[in-house]
Design a protein around this ligand. Structure first.
Ligand SMILES: NC(=O)c1ccc[n+]([C@@H]2O[C@H](COP(=O)([O-])OP(=O)(O)OC[C@H]3O[C@@H](n4cnc5c(N)ncnc54)[C@H](O)[C@@H]3O)[C@@H](O)[C@H]2O)c1
Length: 378
């Protein structure tokens, strides 16, 4: 049986989903594309030589028997409603990051998935990178000893024009700034590689984006049960590096992959342990590599999970966990206090109303356009 697929939202990221499904032509077929701007949906179909139904209202697709999988490629504030509507009809949903624009919304999505027979997964395509997959296996095997300190750089450059798109740059529609929409990738990886944090202290600022209410910079200290991490996020870094540096008992490792090992002299000062570095480098090089990366690899895993050939690598709970860390970052920066995790169910920052009401508006969003030209870089 081939899975029928619908793409909801024909903007920037929809192209990556289409590519992923087209790579699996023997297992799925795109049946429909939906966008409120019908011309965007039509162009996307033409660009990809797809003969599919084009609709401007996703509700027209809810009851279609030939649709089994739905990719939600909409702005964050629409993820919950549209995902839940499809889950109610037992359609499997792959929803773009961030899972939702508040934790209460994310909870509704998980509850609805549990009530249905369908699978819900949240996009976190950076898990599906060769180096990340290998480091994950090595960390899980405990080969480096205890993890003690991690430094994460989530550095990006987006100019002020980025925020003219209508849904970006407000607490209401985007749900947050670069901590939510850019570093969600690194935050998800941090949870996946290091486990669940127990507390967070953060500060957020907006230095250079005058058409945006939300932050363009954040810095957090994140404590795990046996280690700490620092997370720096910026939209003002023209070098645009996303990096992990993990200090373990036996080695300091970096992603992109690099390893450094030291021995101590009698006085405690270091000498390089090249033999150990060679040993770890050999182990790394011998590990099997995933053949495809990114969205296409996540879509392959999603379809394999539906066919019960593999475990789902990014669950709805994983999407929730990443959003919970981000919410704790916002809460800590707002209250200027240490926030303990997990957040309690009655925590006021679970709700979107609190986020909208209490988070600082760094600037007023005064310019807005319905669509921006040019594609995006991932
Ligand atoms: N995984 C990644 O690396 C990555 C990269 C970029 C964006 N994203 C995420 O993907 C999502 C979409 O981002 P984008 O950059 O593609 O945005 P976009 O604005 O380019 O695309 C969103 C599309 O949804 C359409 N739309 C809005 N409301 C609609 C509705 N009610 N019904 C149907 N269509 C509607 C818009 O017209 C637009 O074409 C966001 O959640 C974003 O965070 C993820």
């Amino acid at each position: 049986m081939k899975y029928g697929v619908a793409i909801i939202g024909a903007g920037n990221i929809a192209k990556e989903h289409i590519l992923g499904y087209l790579n699996l032509k023997d297992r799925c077929e795109i049946k429909a594309i939906c966008d409120v701007y019908i011309d965007k949906a039509k162009s996307l179909a033409i660009e990809n030589s797809l003969k599919v139904d084009i609709v401007d209202d996703y509700k027209l697709l809810l009851k279609r028997d030939d649709i089994d999988i739905v990719s939600i490629c909409l702005p964050p504030s629409l993820h919950q409603k549209v995902t839940c509507d499809f889950l109610k009809e037992n359609k499997n949903v792959l929803c773009e990051k961030p899972m939702a624009s508040s934790l209460n919304e994310a909870k509704l999505m998980i509850d609805q998935a549990e009530k249905s027979t369908a699978l819900l997964s949240i996009v976190s395509q950076n898990r599906f990178k060769k180096s990340i997959m290998k480091v994950k296996q090595m960390l899980d095997s405990k080969i480096f000893g205890k993890i003690v300190y991690t430094r994460v750089n989530s550095m990006w450059y987006r100019g002020d024009n980025y925020y003219t798109l209508w849904w970006r740059g407000t607490w209401e529609k985007e749900g947050g700034g670069c901590t939510l929409n850019h570093s969600v990738h690194q935050i998800d990886l941090m949870g996946w590689l290091l486990g669940n944090p127990i507390s967070i202290y953060s500060t957020i600022k907006n230095y250079l984006h005058a058409n945006s209410e939300v932050e363009d910079t954040s810095l957090s200290i994140i404590e795990f049960s046996n280690s700490i991490a620092q997370l720096g996020v910026s939209l003002n870094d023209m070098d645009e590096k996303q990096e992990f540096f993990i200090q373990c008992e036996n080695a300091s490792i970096a992603i992109p992959w690099k390893i450094r090992c030291m021995k101590q002299k009698e006085n405690g000062f270091p000498i390089r342990d090249e033999e150990k570095e060679k040993y770890y480098n050999n182990l790394y090089n011998e590990l099997d590599e995933i053949e495809i990366e990114g969205h296409s690899a996540q879509i392959l895993n999603f379809i394999n999970a539906l066919d019960k050939k593999e475990d789902l690598i990014v669950s709805a709970q994983d999407g929730y966990k990443a959003l919970e860390i981000i919410t704790a970052i916002y809460k800590s920066s707002r209250l200027k206090e240490l926030v303990h995790l997990p957040l309690k169910e009655d925590d006021e920052f679970m709700s979107k109303e609190t986020i909208i009401k209490k988070m600082p508006r760094f600037y007023e969003k005064s310019k807005s356009v319905e669509n921006l030209k040019d594609g995006i870089t991932l």
